[in-house]
Design a protein around this ligand. Structure first.
Ligand SMILES: [Zn+2]
Length: 233
């Protein structure tokens, strides 16, 4: 087997491994990204807190209404109980009951407003709870997809590594070193094909002599422009 072909095959495997590795990093990043989930959870927590606060206010106003009714009952029972006979005292009591009832109306209006606010907030909270549920489900599906893809990629990478290890055993040390040096300095691409009498990596037109040289099975021909190993096929 031609040594240059082996280098070309090694380049193919390395390029596939590089792209698998970059895809793997992308997937791992995607897996960690749960911003949407966090935001949805935060929104739900906020609405739930708001509901809690409104419910607390409602309980308070309900208590106030109850207390006001007790006060009215007590004043009315004194007023109509027959124990107080003094007309001035009776008149004062009567005025007190009127005033207590007037304030009760104010309290009851507030109670009604608060009741409506609580009901509305129950609706809003339920809506955000459903939205959160949907986001959680979508996140779980995305996570499962990601994990599946990661597993698949790891298998592919293992196969590529195995093939690479076998291939490397048949390539002379000096060829491998040259390959590694060029790969490191040329953005991962050390070996390139020739297309239309040009270097496929940089596009430079190659001389007939160089193309001839690139077809030699065990002689390294370099692109005069980008310095990559030319594989003439
Ligand atoms: Zn080139």
């Amino acid at each position: 087997m031609s040594q240059i072909f082996n280098l070309y095959r090694l380049q193919q495997l390395d390029s596939q491994l590089d792209s698998a590795l970059s895809k793997l990093s992308e997937l791992e990043l995607l897996l960690q990204n749960d911003r949407e989930l966090q935001e949805s959870q935060k929104k739900f927590d906020q609405e739930q807190e708001r509901l809690k606060a409104l419910s607390h206010s409602l309980s308070k106003i309900e208590y106030d209404v109850k207390q006001q009714n007790i006060k009215i009952e007590q004043s009315e029972s004194t007023l109509y109980g027959g124990k107080v006979k003094n007309p001035k005292e009776l008149k004062d009591l009567e005025n007190e009951v009127v005033s207590l009832k007037k304030y009760l109306t104010v309290l009851e209006e507030r109670e009604l407003e608060m009741l409506i606010a609580v009901e509305e907030q129950v609706g809003v909270t339920e809506q955000t709870r459903q939205q959160l549920q949907e986001v959680i489900q979508a996140h779980e599906i995305k996570k499962a997809d990601c994990l599946g893809e990661i597993e698949q990629l790891r298998k592919e990478m293992t196969n590529l590594e195995n093939e690479k290890n076998i291939l490397i055993q048949g390539i002379p040390e000096e060829f491998l070193e040259r390959y590694q040096q060029i790969r490191q300095s040329k953005k991962g691409i050390a070996v390139t094909r020739i297309t239309d009498k040009s270097c496929a990596a940089c596009g430079t037109t190659l001389t007939g002599g160089l193309i001839q040289e690139s077809r030699s099975p065990d002689k390294i021909a370099l692109c005069p422009s980008c310095g990559r190993i030319l594989y003439g096929g």
